[in-house]
Design a protein around this ligand. Structure first.
Ligand code: FAD
Length: 496
């Protein structure tokens, strides 16, 4: 997970984890229907017989593994059944079963959602077993259940790539449906910008092929409207790009330059050439006297001249500077903080590997999308949040550059509205320290508030409709009414 893992401290620094207090609204809510009908073992056996994939129930050997999401604080949730659907027909079967039995339904891919809304107490539809990849004529047809690392590796075999996020175990479905920000976004756009078609099973059991001509509104909503809202995506068609060699770079400065680096970075990074993406990370460093201040970048060209421009604007040379040329896949793994089997989660079920070693973490975050540069008081707030609390483990802020290709799409062209954003700001507490997060988020709100990225779901966000979707919300609500009028797909921040 580049957002943290890329950072030299490596994955070890991310593994810190303790259970935080649970924010309001994290428990998935059932669809607003009548109370569940009694569902006995015979009903579940009937469902199992109707599936080509595997159904796992409490008491089954694989249940403990099957019910876990990426974030351990949701381990307390115990679904009545988890269906590893083999294809869209299985999904249709599960939807019909949940409707008939009036069971809460959750849809799951990589299980990385921040709020735990891809599990629940009823039936979980898991798409991980749908993991085929086929490339042809500059396109990839991709099963909706792939983890990002599997997608990257399979495409790289054909010299191809799709813009993705960086955490290797995130699922392509959750990522693409909410947008998809990553290290190639300034050059190639968001994951959802590369999406040309999607197959969706809707609440009424139809298997729909959606693209710019067929079901265009649903297709539009699937490009940034957020997972779990409109139906179950079962496959995607992406436009691919060549998996070119890239440069990766890491720069560090002494903490005393923090304010100047943030000020210079925020003018430089969103306006750099499309080829260059970068992220600035501020983090506590309890083992050292001062916090860490580090830039990570990926560039399709030699970034040297651009990095010099930044250093000149900061008026201080970095104390650490590493620039390396890398094959594409090596760079993606590096950004994910891993190199091989350590890029995967351990397990025996779809989406995992028996020798996987990627750690789960207590990822707790809040965020903003900055639509204008941070004013001086906001920069002082950020710097102060670390200077005062450097002895506390697991606090960080990530500023990830937008602009470039992301900004050349109009806000209304896809459901992802933040096209004019300069960068995202993520406040992260790997220890689940919500108090620090709340304080910092609230202190930044007057300077940078108003917009947030749906894939960084925040159950505590009050005005989430406006923050996630801006002016696109009304059209999204219309799509919801058209495709899921009874709100079968429902969670605390679902549309409609
Ligand atoms: C460590 C970490 C690193 C991250 N890095 C990035 C990053 O670099 N860039 C970025 O943009 N985001 C990043 N994210 C955020 C990530 O994109 C979202 O959490 C995303 O929703 C996760 O998708 P998932 O499939 O793994 O999760 P899930 O929890 O399985 O799903 C997330 C949501 O999508 C729904 N959903 C899942 N599958 C389907 C489907 N087939 N059809 C319809 N709805 C579905 C779920 O119901 C849920 O509401 C990161 C998250 C974490 C925890």
């Amino acid at each position: 997970m580049r957002r943290r893992g890329f950072l030299a401290a490596g994955v070890a620094a991310l593994v810190t984890g303790c259970v935080g207090d649970t924010p309001p609204g994290t428990a998935p809510t059932p669809a607003p229907t009548a109370p569940p009908a009694a569902t006995g073992p015979a009903d579940w056996r009937a469902l199992e017989r109707g599936l080509a994939g595997r159904l796992i129930r409490p008491g089954d050997e694989a249940y403990e593994e099957a019910r876990r999401l990426y974030i351990p604080r949701f381990d307390r949730i115990r679904p009545a059944g988890i269906a590893y659907c083999a294809g869209p027909e299985d999904v249709r079967e599960c939807i019909a079963f949940a409707r008939r039995r009036r069971l809460p339904l959750a849809v799951r891919c990589g299980g990385h959602g921040y709020a735990g809304w891809s599990t629940g107490t009823g039936l979980v539809i898991d798409v991980s077993a749908m993991d085929d990849v086929r490339t042809e004529d500059g396109r990839a047809v991709v099963g909706a259940g792939l983890r990002l690392i599997d997608l990257q590796e399979r495409l790289a075999e054909d010299g191809a790539a799709v813009p993705t996020g960086t955490c290797p175990t995130v699922g392509i479905a959750g990522l693409a449906l909410g947008g998809g920000l990553g290290v190639t976004a300034r050059r190639y756009g968001l994951t959802c910008d590369a999406l040309e078609a999607v197959q969706v099973v809707t609440a009424d059991g139809r298997i729909l092929e959606c693209d710019a001509r067929r079901e265009p509104d649903l297709f539009w909503a699937c490009r940034g409207g957020g997972g779990g809202n409109f139906g179950v995506a079962t496959s995607f068609v992406f436009r691919t790009y060549p998996a070119e060699e890239v440069f990766t770079c890491t720069l560090g400065w002494p903490w005393r330059h923090a304010a100047r680096v943030i000020a210079a970075w925020q003018s430089w990074a969103p306006n750099a050439p499309d080829e260059l993406w970068s992220s600035l990370r501020l983090a506590t460093e309890p083992s050292a006297a001062e916090p860490t201040l580090e830039l990570t970048g990926v560039s399709f060209d030699d970034p040297g001249p651009q990095l010099e421009r930044l250093a000149a604007a900061v008026r201080a040379d970095p104390s650490r500077r590493v620039v390396r040329r890398r094959p594409y896949l090596t760079a993606m793994r590096e950004m994910g903080g891993c190199s091989g089997e350590d890029c995967r989660r351990r397990g025996t079920l779809p989406g995992t590997r028996p020798d996987g070693r990627y750690p789960r973490t207590e990822y707790t975050a809040k965020s903003h999308v900055a639509l204008r540069p941070l004013p001086v008081p906001a920069i002082e707030t950020l710097v102060g949040a670390f200077t005062e609390g450097n002895r506390v483990t697991g606090r960080s802020v990530l500023l990830d550059a937008l602009g470039g290709a992301v900004g050349r799409v109009r806000p209304e062209d896809t459901a992802f509205p933040h096209r004019r954003g300069l960068f995202t700001v993520q406040y992260i507490a790997d220890t689940g320290d919500r108090r620090w997060l709340r304080r910092l988020h609230a202190a930044m709100e007057p300077h940078v508030g108003g917009a947030a990225y749906v894939n960084y779901a925040d159950p505590e966000l009050r005005d989430w409709r406006r923050a996630y979707y801006g002016a696109n919300y009304a059209r999204l609500a219309g799509v919801k009414r058209a495709y899921d009028p009874e709100r079968l797909f429902s969670f605390p921040q679902s549309i409609g």
